[in-house]
Design a protein around this ligand. Structure first.
Ligand code: AMP
Length: 110
């Protein structure tokens, strides 16, 4: 079982900021901004593209959860990222949405 499957299943204790039948959200271990939350499907998909192809309802719920968490944190601007593939910086191969906020962000991203 991958590390995010274990978190979603409660095998690794974690404080969920959002939780539903299909999705959980928790703080990133190594935050890259004052707010850095990961929103993941409970089911295992290697990346966002695989999730989108297989379950567009859950993919949509990731965005809804991110919107809600951003509102809870009072973020007036935020960035959503899906690193998809090792060349794009993906290091955990269980689909996850990064919600980042609380500081200015540059464009283009590094
Ligand atoms: P990515 O590089 O897009 O695959 O993002 C993976 C993210 O997962 C990184 O930002 C890590 O800091 C984060 N991460 C890895 N293990 C954990 C964990 N056990 N709990 C919370 N975040 C984690």
């Amino acid at each position: 079982m991958c590390i995010f499957c274990k978190i979603a299943a409660g095998e690794i204790p974690s404080d969920f900021l959002y939780e539903s039948a299909n999705v959980v959200a928790f703080k990133d271990l190594d935050p890259q901004a004052p707010t850095h939350v990961l929103v993941i499907p409970r089911a295992h998909y290697e990346n966002a593209a695989e999730l989108a192809a297989a379950d567009s309802v859950t993919m949509s719920e990731l965005f809804g959860a991110a919107r809600r968490i951003a509102s809870d944190f009072g973020l007036d601007g935020y960035r959503i990222t899906f690193n998809t593939g090792a060349s794009a910086g993906q290091s955990v191969f269980h689909a996850h949405l990064h919600l980042l906020g609380g500081r200015p962000f540059a464009w283009p991203p590094g």
